[in-house]
Design a protein around this ligand. Structure first.
Ligand SMILES: [Zn+2]
Length: 385
């Protein structure tokens, strides 16, 4: 056997880290951001500035039922109901409606998947302006240029990069009336922002805009973490009482604007990759994006050898506000070894953001971190509902 035929030695360490190229500083933002009680009423004015008189409004059924009357009277508006999943088929259906009705802009009214579908449809219809109008603060989708596309069975498919919204309208009166679980899930998504941005900075990995994080992006990502830690519990109380308070405004801004800019211009790492892996476990399908991401944060901390005091701080925060701290909280009460192994393998898919961590990772290490996070979290008195 000559040297070329010698098989590579198996390694438990995974691929070695290669030198990363030095990247320019790049940051991306939405053009305009409005937040406050009654903000949705400014949509007509925003469309006027954009010189749009035939907008398509893609809306989730409950969003349309509760606030559609505000928009249905707007001249030239074409309403399309969202069918429930951001798939390539759903995006193509919205594209056809845009074309048949000669719409000039797309408004996404509802949760993260409605907004993602509307963003992708606007982009794939020749780059029409896109306006996001979230009715819940459950993800940081409203400000970004990234769409998460799923397969019909609800499993993660791929990301589509397009454009940041021309305008974001966050009506906190509507968000305060939404179920509190969404606000809490939004904190789960926001929780990942600082840790993933910091990982990218440490490793020199690219942010989502394929650049290096600016000081602004890192400061925004850190502010996002600090805000939910300080104001999370008080904001939950306001949302349960269905009232808008300064603490609720701050957490909505953290979940939406700070987290949105923070992840896009700071970068993604293990938390979102673990989320992608968890989408393959059928019993986790009812968990929201931010709930899976929150558990992904805990897994990431174990994976990268974070200080025990930090792991404790984050686990305590999750438990305090009612974010998942173990697999049972995600609906996975009796995880099969094969399901966890598959989730860990998907999280380590080549090219996924887990490889932005400064340590080399492989499915064995991710599996060990998942099991450890689950064990630690299971020991806490249950707060998750
Ligand atoms: Zn996210």
């Amino acid at each position: 056997m000559n040297k070329a035929e010698v098989p590579a030695m198996p390694t438990s360490k995974g691929p070695e880290k290669t030198m990363r190229p030095i990247l320019p500083l790049i940051a991306q933002f939405p053009s305009v951001y409005h937040q406050g009680p009654g903000t949705l009423a400014q949509l007509a004015e925003v469309l006027g500035v954009l010189k749009v008189d035939r907008p398509l409004v893609l809306a989730g059924p409950s969003a349309w039922a509760s606030v559609g009357s505000t928009l249905s009277g707007m001249k030239g508006t074409h309403h399309v109901p969202f069918t429930g999943e951001c798939t390539e088929e759903e995006i193509a259906r919205v594209n056809r409606a845009i074309s048949e009705n000669q719409c000039q802009a797309v408004v996404g009214l509802g949760g993260g998947k409605v907004i993602d579908t509307a963003r992708a449809a606007a982009f794939l219809s020749g780059g029409l302006p896109f306006i996001s109008a979230p009715t819940i603060a459950s993800t940081d989708a409203p400000t970004s240029a990234t769409t998460v596309i799923y397969k019909k069975d609800g499993t993660f498919s791929h990301y589509l990069r397009s454009r940041n919204p021309a305008a974001v309208l966050v009506d906190t009166e509507i968000i305060a009336r939404a179920p509190v679980r969404y606000l809490i899930a939004g904190m789960g998504d926001a929780l990942s922002t600082w840790f993933e941005a910091e990982s990218c900075k440490l490793s020199g990995a690219a942010n989502v805009c394929n650049g290096s994080a600016t000081l602004a992006a890192l400061a925004i990502a850190r502010l996002c973490y600090d805000t939910i830690l300080v104001d999370g519990l008080v904001a939950i109380a306001a949302c349960k009482a269905q009232v808008v308070t300064p603490a609720l405004e701050r957490v909505v801004e953290a979940n939406t604007l700070l987290s949105g800019i923070g992840f896009e211009s700071g970068g993604l790492a293990s938390a979102h990759a673990v989320h992608n892996g968890l989408t393959s476990i059928p019993s986790c399908h009812h968990a929201l994006h931010g709930e899976k991401v929150a558990f992904g944060v805990l897994v990431g901390l174990h994976l990268t050898g974070a200080a025990s005091s930090l792991i404790e701080e984050v686990t305590l925060f999750c438990n305090k506000v009612g974010l998942p701290v173990c697999l049972a909280d995600l609906g996975c009460t009796q995880p099969l070894a094969s399901e966890l192994r598959k989730a860990a393998e998907i999280a380590c898919t080549p090219g996924d953001s887990i490889h932005n961590e400064s340590v080399a990772v492989n499915p064995d290490k991710v599996l060990a971190a998942m099991i450890t996070a689950d064990h630690l979290g299971s020991e806490f008195p249950r707060k998750f509902k």
